[in-house]
Design a protein around this ligand. Structure first.
Ligand SMILES: [Zn+2]
Length: 480
């Protein structure tokens, strides 16, 4: 009999494909799943150096966070506690147009301050960033998108205009180099001042570079408010004309008078899926979070400050309260706080439920690890989907919920041999209690770990167990 390295014994396996759960023992040798022994008849006898009892627990592929801003967190806090404690084993970085690489150290502008300070942008090429992670790995794996705003800031003298022909050629060259070095796609953040002046044609020309690499185009769209449907149409057009798969980031409808619009946006996506590849990610909250901008405040019911460079003691404070206290208009209070970040309560439950329930949607946290008082999505997203939206509200089966955070995501981003439990795949796994799993991070206490995550394994090594991270740093930068 083969003696295995590790056996996860008597687990309820949910394999990440959406297929029905089954009972099995899963064998791991080195960094791979080497055998899956189903318990359809008698309990098998398996020899192993380490047997982990998984009785009564779900064993799923480690969660893949489809939408993160963890570019710097992987380097600065390699235990990755906010994500490891949720069962995440791989993060997709470089979202919303702002990737840490490729960029020389320079004076950054918002929203780059969401992911780092001036001196943090020290990786002139993607390979230099990747090599840094090879040398000093984190506990979790990552794949990286190249940010369109990153390319613009590197190439253009000012960002409040369209790129010239020569600048587009330079950006296309830099993007191609990043893709050769392992980037999995390009992201845009067209709602931000760093990219809002880029016309659709600029994006199409750059997105065309992705085609030969089988890479994806992801977009924090130009508008998630009054012009949401136009923005969806623009994203679909970019996908069609560049002939590349598109991912609509953190899909939502912001502002009370736009509530209900996801009924139309989801219908547009569904119709487009007949002829082109379109996917989307979503986070399980009705508040968003980003830099403090007057136009986002105008669409919100309530705004909480997450950080402020000029008024550091205002983290966690309500913007309206601060304006009253200072005897200022909201606009002047915003000026006094900036540069700053905020949480915007501006979505409706019904839209959120609709997008989460929509079969193609993937789960992405969009967490902001640099914020002093982060949105709770940074710590709570995945257990919240499984505990609140699946178990308590019954929006979908547990099998479907797991697929939205594993197999589906791996397939959209082209992450090979991960995201499903099958023999030969990497041993990225999470063991959780389906009856107790729940997020504990709240707007008032945003950095609480979740309940019910029993064990998290990356490339065959345990990175989280007994409510804490281990010293293992088996994470890899996965080159596309
Ligand atoms: Zn975004």
């Amino acid at each position: 009999m083969t003696r295995h390295h590790k056996v996860l014994h008597n687990a309820t396996v949910i394999d990440g494909t959406g297929a029905k759960r089954y009972r099995a023992s899963v064998c791991i040798d080195s960094d791979r799943i080497t055998d899956i022994v189903q318990h359809d008849t008698a309990m098998p006898v398996l020899e192993a150096d380490q047997v982990i009892d998984a009785s009564g627990l779900v064993l799923a592929p480690g969660f893949i966070d489809a939408h993160t801003h963890d570019d710097l967190l992987l380097l600065k806090s390699p235990d990755m506690l906010p994500k490891a404690s949720q069962g995440v084993t791989t993060v997709v970085t470089g979202n919303c147009g702002i990737s840490l690489a490729p960029m020389q150290s320079r004076k950054i502008v918002p929203p780059f301050d969401l992911i780092g300070d001036d001196s943090d942008f020290a990786y002139p090429s993607l390979s230099q960033y990747a090599e840094r992670l090879d040398d000093t790995p984190a506990s979790l794996n990552s794949v990286m998108l190249t940010g369109h705003s990153t390319l613009r800031l590197e190439t253009m003298d000012r960002l409040d205009r369209a790129a010239s022909r020569a600048e587009i050629a330079t950006m296309a060259h830099r993007l191609e180099k990043s893709l050769k070095e392992g980037a999995c796609g390009m992201s845009t953040g067209l709602a931000y001042p760093t990219a809002s002046h880029a016309p659709t044609t600029e994006i199409i020309e750059l997105a065309t570079v992705l085609r030969d690499f089988g890479a994806v185009y992801t977009s924090h769209m130009r508008d998630e408010e009054d012009h949401l449907l136009d923005a969806v149409e623009e994203t679909l057009q970019i996908g069609r004309e560049a002939d590349v798969p598109v991912v609509i980031s953190h899909h939502k409808a912001c502002g009370r008078h736009n509530w209900g619009k996801t009924r139309q946006s989801v219908a547009m996506i569904e119709q487009a899926r007949a002829t082109q590849r379109v996917d989307l990610d979503v986070y399980p909250y009705t508040a968003s979070s980003t830099v403090l901008l007057a136009e986002f405040v105008a669409r919100s019911e309530k705004v909480m400050i997450t950080w402020s460079k000029s008024q550091p003691d205002c983290s966690g404070r309500d913007l309206a309260d601060l304006a009253t206290e200072w005897d200022l208009t909201i606009g002047d209070a915003i000026d006094k706080l900036n540069p700053a970040g905020a949480i915007y309560h501006q979505m409706d439950d019904e839209d959120l439920h609709r997008v989460m329930q929509y079969a193609p949607s993937m789960i992405g946290s969009d967490g902001l690890p640099k914020d002093e008082r982060p949105h709770p999505r940074l710590w709570g997203t995945f257990p919240r989907v499984l505990g609140h939206y699946c178990r308590e509200l019954g929006l979908f089966t547990l099998e479907d919920a797991v697929a939205k955070m594993t197999g589906k995501t791996a397939s959209v981003f082209g992450i090979k041999q991960r995201g499903t439990i099958s023999v030969g795949n990497y041993a990225d796994l999470v063991m959780f209690n389906a009856d107790t799993i729940i997020d504990r991070a709240t707007y008032d206490h945003p950095t609480e770990t979740s309940a019910g995550i029993e064990m998290v394994m990356v490339n065959g090594d345990i990175v989280y167990g007994g409510s804490q991270t281990t010293d293992a740093r088996p994470g890899r930068f996965i080159r596309h």
